[in-house]
Write a protein that binds this ligand. Structure first.
Ligand code: ZN
Length: 617
């Protein structure tokens, strides 16, 4: 990748920048990093930490975790001035410059850095200062263990290319640029590894944390999923865009998250969601874990190499705006579960369960009628990533609705070409145009380029549909398109047809608290607000369960009196119960589907998965 725009002093990309990182005090969660710059900017070298990490669209200001920093030239101390929240400038020097700093690492997430006496994990964005003007310079990276006998059996897992270190060893690694340096997270400690081959590339699952994972089962399932994805993008040469791929997996009691990188992913999961020996079928938790791994792996092509032009290159100092996250996150969310089905890791019933969850997540929130997925993408930084009590009313997820847009596109293309073309052809053309040669030409998908790409890939013009589905809020024609592909979509109300208050609650500190009042619903009309604590319904004390039971015995149109505390004031509202909206979907193969629909269904789900007599589960 080339240098970021608008930065002065792009000179001398040849001299390597030498980084060294070690856990200097694991108990205090401190990494120490040093950086040697041979020929610093004669005007005074500037250094900065990124404001955000690619893949997670929120300004996080990683520099706030730098606890100390100093600069030297030889033995001489060099003045260092902080010029903004994440930038330092060293006084001009004649010779080389050495920077040393310490980073506090106590964020157990896939986006940050975490260090204690049991393991260390970091993303380069949290620990490695960027040498401004030298984005293209190669980097040498020395990763060292903490001092002390108790750390003697620690190993290193990273997809950073090795430059002398043994496999899984501490020592020398390298990166061809800053962009690459921060795209290979590093795990260190005592971890388990299970390995498999997929279409000629080595894959390793690195398991940190206490677990009882059935590693053979996990390797078998993931191998099939990875192969299916490689074959989707490169059906003839069948090659992944990397030699070696790592799933860096942290198992905890409760947690969920993943972040994509060019040759690895960092995953956080609940240990109960990993497969165990003797496990039958695919429990929901394991289906969720496989979906997460599949999602991040799909990103190796789609967003790590095929990128929106707005990310080529990333500007790490501020928000990067694109209206296309519904393509990059939404399509990835569509394919993550579909790939499990195509790989045979799950059956049709499981796939339909996942798809129904996605549909329900969109339908349950009135925000789908207020925001388009293009707007949701653009405002990811301030809305999707900063949700509050009103988010269900105000925003739509570019993940879930984006996945449903992908489904609508896929089914429409299949219907209009008699099953000869599909969204797969669009993905392959995107890969050929923008992904395969990205590292050489750095070209991304421009903001308005998608409709023409669809037409080029499939011969089907969908400009109007794409504009309606993505630039406007509103419903998607899911039932109709699914019917055309031999699948029935049924929508029911939740709670077996009980009337509806139009609010969501949670029990907080033993108090029944309103978390969201849904736009246009009965509770909002009556005056209830998020944050109100419900004490009585019809003058009876209620908790979550008894309120639900009380409402279930009433009819639409009746009034329920709610007593709530707003701050310390008691208020009373008369809520007129309404009919609940039908937001609970279920999907099934349509036994009455005609020949055309059956053909499309077999193309979409795979012949084996699309047959009613076939094994499902
Ligand atoms: Zn994603």
């Amino acid at each position: 990748m080339r240098a970021s725009p608008g930065r002065p002093g792009k000179a001398d990309a040849g001299a390597p920048l030498a980084y060294r990182i070690r856990p200097v005090d694991p108990a205090a969660h401190l990494f120490e990093v040093t950086l040697d710059v041979e020929r610093p900017d004669p005007q005074g070298q500037r250094f900065a930490l990124p404001a955000w990490i690619p893949g997670s669209y929120l300004v996080r200001d990683f520099a706030r975790h730098v606890v100390s920093i100093e600069a030297r030239s030889g033995a001489r101390r060099v003045a260092l001035e902080k010029t903004d929240k994440h930038t330092w400038r060293a006084a001009p020097v004649r010779g080389s410059l050495r920077l040393a700093w310490r980073v506090y690492a106590w964020d157990l997430s896939v986006r940050g850095a975490h260090l204690d006496t049991t393991h260390g994990f970091f993303n380069g964005t949290s620990v490695f200062l960027r040498v401004i003007g030298r984005d293209d310079a190669p980097c040498a990276v020395r990763i060292e263990p903490p001092e002390g006998d108790e750390y003697r059996d620690w190993r290193v897992a990273t997809s950073l290319p090795r430059a002398g270190a043994r496999e899984w060893g501490f020592g020398e690694y390298r990166a061809s640029s800053y962009d690459e340096l921060i795209d290979h997270p590093v795990e260190m400690g005592r971890f388990d590894v299970c390995s498999f081959d997929a279409e000629g590339s080595a894959h390793h699952v690195v398991l940190t944390g206490r677990h009882d994972c059935d590693r053979e089962r996990l390797a078998r399932d993931l191998a099939a999923v990875c192969s299916a994805q490689i074959r989707l993008f490169e059906p003839s040469v069948r090659r992944a865009p990397f030699e070696r791929y790592l799933f860096l997996t942290m198992a905890v009691g409760d947690g969920y998250g993943g972040l994509e990188h060019r040759a690895s992913t960092a995953l956080l999961c609940a240990r109960k969601d990993l497969p165990h020996r003797g496990m039958r079928g695919v429990p929901d938790g394991y289906r969720g874990f496989l979906g997460l791994a599949s999602h991040e792996y799909f990103h190796s092509w789609h967003v790590k190499r095929i990128k929106p032009q707005a990310f080529a290159p990333y500007d790490l100092e501020r928000e990067n705006y694109t209206r296309l996250l519904w393509i990059f996150e939404g399509f990835t969310s569509y394919y993550d579960d579909l790939m499990l089905l195509r790989a045979g890791a799950i059956g049709t019933a499981d796939y339909f369960k996942s798809l129904a969850t996605t549909i329900g997540n969109v339908l349950r929130n009135p925000g789908r009628l207020a925001q388009s997925v293009a707007e949701s993408s653009f405002d990811a930084w301030t809305k999707y990533y900063r949700q509050d009590e009103n988010s269900p009313n105000a925003i739509v997820s570019y993940y879930t609705k984006g996945a449903l847009v992908a489904l609508c596109l896929d089914l429409t293309i299949r219907a209009r070409t008699g099953g000869r073309r599909s969204l797969d052809d669009v993905m392959r053309l995107m890969w050929r145009r923008f992904g395969r040669d990205f590292e050489r030409d750095g070209r991304g998908l421009d903001e308005g380029g998608f409709p023409a790409l669809v037409e080029d890939a499939t011969g089907v013009g969908l400009r109007e549909e794409i504009a309606r589905w993505t630039s406007l809020p509103g419903e998607l024609p899911l039932a109709e398109l699914l019917k055309g592909a031999g699948v029935r979509l049924d929508l029911r109300t939740s709670d077996d047809g009980a009337p509806w208050l139009g609010l969501r609650t949670a029990t907080r500190g033993g108090e029944l608290t309103i978390t969201t009042v849904l736009a246009g619903g009965p509770a909002q009309r009556a005056g209830a607000s998020a944050g109100d604590v419900i004490v009585c319904a019809d003058r009876l004390r209620v908790d979550e369960k008894s309120l639900k039971a009380l409402i279930a015995r009433r009819r639409v149109g009746e009034i329920v009196g709610l007593h709530v505390f707003r701050r310390d004031e008691l208020l009373e509202f008369d809520v007129r119960l309404a009919a609940a909206p039908a937001t609970e979907p279920s999907l099934a193969l349509d036994a009455r589907a005609g020949a055309n629909a059956r053909r499309l269904r077999a193309g979409w789900l795979g012949r084996r998965n699309a047959s009613e007599s076939g094994k499902q589960g």
